[in-house]
Design a protein around this ligand. Structure first.
Ligand SMILES: Cc1cc2nc3c(=O)[nH]c(=O)nc-3n(C[C@H](O)[C@H](O)[C@H](O)COP(=O)(O)OP(=O)(O)OC[C@H]3O[C@@H](n4cnc5c(N)ncnc54)[C@H](O)[C@@H]3O)c2cc1C
Length: 381
């Protein structure tokens, strides 16, 4: 027999979990079903995807509201941006932007687990919440007034393609040991093949998270290299600002592209997080944008379902209002990320020169730097 819920969230990744926790925090009497394909045991999650994720200061403020800030989340106090073999460099610091931190780095698994714990906490006071793990189990039959799609997914693994672009790039991620470190500093270096980022890590005093974007062919080749050969190539792409690279661990590959829905709601269904837009990681914006989706949708739905049995018309109207409220932020974040991804993977000399000028302008025109940094830290509201 089918059961009826006001809201059903499909997808128990970071965005779906955050949306559920914010919904219940704001409306503990809500009848909510969360369909989660992941195993119930956190230990199985811990063994999963350990890639480093940059969380913006805006995301920290949002996650703090549900006590979902992951443990071990080193701060970024400055970001050094440069390009290999060309002029142009920019340094963004927390002081000039008057922020406690420019961002933080956590592992995907740690964010996932922190959100699970936060949701378990609000679950205690939410009598009409059902958290159903579909892992190895069937999906229950249900009816709902509002279906939230938070199935996420990685580019090329998704069963939908709407608008976007295949950048013909893969990201090779891992953790790398360096000889010397500049604490709290993140590095973004634009090479002829694509951006190469080194981000702080909590996993050891001289360990950094690596995200190295290049063509799928080069990335696969580097994945297969032995450690010595890999480190030699990394050294030549990054240079010696951090001394010698001494070890690499946990190498993994991800296909990169842009895939986004023009309409994020239809009837009583709405799409958030990677289910709504999947971005290139060059600017570290995908999850940050998804968390803003989740927060604003939760605000809308928690308020709408304070009264049970909403009409279809009311639900659709609320979802359309939500979609409208997300337009500017989505457009700006997708647009900036797509622009950076295209500009910074081009090997053409005129583009490389323009990149140099752009980085120089960023360094010497403070309002430009502040505007860009604010968009990255807080999104557009
Ligand atoms: C290499 C790389 C680096 C990145 N770096 C950054 C970064 O620095 N900063 C940043 O903000 N973002 C970054 N991102 C993007 C970020 O990982 C995603 O935006 C984020 O994971 C999206 O979260 P999500 O919950 O929407 O989707 P996902 O993380 O994909 O989670 C979706 C969940 O839903 C589950 N699911 C799927 N289908 C179903 C179903 N039918 N029923 C139930 N459950 C289902 C899946 O098992 C999964 O657990 C990066 C991405 C990559 C590839």
């Amino acid at each position: 027999m089918s059961k009826s819920y006001s809201v059903v969230i499909q997808g128990g990744g970071p965005v779906g979990l955050a949306c559920a926790a914010w919904l219940l925090q704001k409306n503990s009497g809500l009848s909510l079903l969360l369909l989660d394909r992941n195993p119930a045991d956190d230990a199985d999650i811990q063994a999963g995807d350990g890639r480093g994720i940059a969380l913006s200061h805006g995301s920290k403020l949002l996650l703090d509201t549900i006590h979902a800030w992951p443990d071990h989340c080193p701060a970024i106090h400055q970001i050094h941006v440069s390009q290999a073999g060309q002029f142009g460099r920019a340094l963004m610091t927390r002081e000039e932007l008057k922020q406690e931190a420019l961002g933080h780095i956590s592992r995907y698994t740690d964010i996932h687990i922190a959100l699970r714990k936060a949701l378990r906490f609000v679950q205690k006071n939410s009598p009409y919440f059902v958290w159903h793990h579909t892992h190895g189990d069937s999906v229950p039959i249900f009816e709902t007034d509002c279906l939230v799609h938070a199935e996420g997914g990685l580019f090329k693994d998704q069963d939908w393609i709407e608008s976007g672009r295949d950048y013909q790039q893969s990201a090779l991620v891992g953790t790398v040991n360096v000889e010397k470190i500049i604490p709290y500093q993140a590095w973004e270096r634009f090479t002829d093949e694509g951006p190469l980022a080194l981000l702080p890590s909590h996993q050891g005093p001289n360990i950094l998270n690596l995200v190295w974007c290049a063509s799928p062919h080069s990335s696969q080749r580097r994945l297969d290299l032995n450690e010595t050969e890999f480190l030699r190539e990394l050294q030549s792409a990054f240079g010696y600002r951090l001394g010698t690279f001494t070890a690499i661990a946990n190498r993994r590959l991800y296909d990169l592209g842009l895939n986004y829905r023009k309409q994020v709601c239809e009837g009583h269904a709405v799409w958030i997080g990677n289910a709504a837009q999947t971005l290139h990681p060059v600017a570290g914006q995908g999850l940050n944008l998804g968390l803003r989706d989740a927060y604003l949708l939760a605000e809308k739905l928690a308020c709408l379902f304070k009264v049970n049995n909403q009409s279809q018309h009311q639900v659709q109207k609320s979802l359309q209002e939500y979609a409208k409220s997300r337009e500017i932020d989505r457009r700006a974040t997708i647009g900036i990320t797509d622009f950076l991804a295209r500009v910074f993977i081009s090997p053409l000399l005129p583009v490389r020169l323009s990149r140099g000028f752009a980085l120089t302008a960023l360094q010497w025109v403070p309002p430009l730097k502040t505007a860009l940094a604010r968009q990255m830290m807080f999104g557009r509201r």
